[in-house]
Design a protein around this ligand. Structure first.
Ligand code: HEC
Length: 179
């Protein structure tokens, strides 16, 4: 009698061990996943193919200048409001894009500075204001967005822009072309 009870216990024990075993591969997979995480983190950071100086001139300045002009001389056609909308998208995106370093000698140091991120986020937020203004064709709102935008450029330039540009790229004196 006694031995048959222990046999039942042994059998149950074996059964529960067996019941547990399907869970084992999952438990074993866990450390493997954790181990692979540092490899993923070590992937090289995304880097822009050109300098931040070039991004400033060709994208940031190129898209912002017409927006300021639009606030003074409001778009009168659907096509020009659409242009304003696209320029605003470019500002909103470039505020995030310039948080990636490019090929300029100072880029990596700049993007690593928390203040750089604050100024760049502010520029992006001003771009979103401009986007909303362009979408509802509200000139006063576009003007307010323009004020917020210029403040973001100036605050960042005051802190980070050296006297001479690192790659020697300056804003074109003839941009935007006269209509
Ligand atoms: C987060 C910081 C930051 C923000 C925001 C920013 N800039 Fe810049 N900008 C710089 C830095 C730094 C340089 C110099 C780049 C270099 O020397 O490599 C520069 C250079 C430039 C240049 C080329 C130099 C020149 O004077 O012609 C222009 C044009 C320019 N920025 C326009 C703008 C405009 C317009 C805005 C706002 C809509 C703006 N930037 C917002 C940091 C910023």
């Amino acid at each position: 009698m006694r031995s048959s009870v222990s046999l039942v216990i042994i059998t149950l024990g074996a059964a529960s061990m067996f019941a547990c075993s399907p869970a084992k591969p999952v438990a074993a997979a866990q450390p493997a996943f954790v181990e692979s995480t540092p490899t993923a983190v070590a992937t090289p950071a995304l880097k822009l193919p050109v300098s931040l100086n070039a991004v400033m001139v060709s994208l940031v300045d190129h898209a912002s200048e017409p927006l300021w002009l639009d606030a003074y001389d409001p778009p009168s056609t659907q096509a020009r409001w659409r242009e304003a909308e696209y320029n605003a998208y470019q500002m909103a995106v470039s505020g995030k894009l310039i948080q990636l370093a490019g090929a300029g000698p100072n880029d990596a140091d700049w993007v690593a500075d928390p203040e750089w991120k604050t100024f760049a986020d502010e520029m992006s937020a001003a771009g979103m204001d401009a986007l909303q203004a362009a979408q509802i064709k509200n000139v006063q709102a576009l003007n307010d967005a323009g004020d917020r935008l210029v403040a973001s450029c100036e605050s960042c330039h005051k802190k980070f822009k050296p006297g001479l540009t690192s790659m020697g790229l300056y804003k074109s004196t003839s941009y935007p072309p006269s209509k």
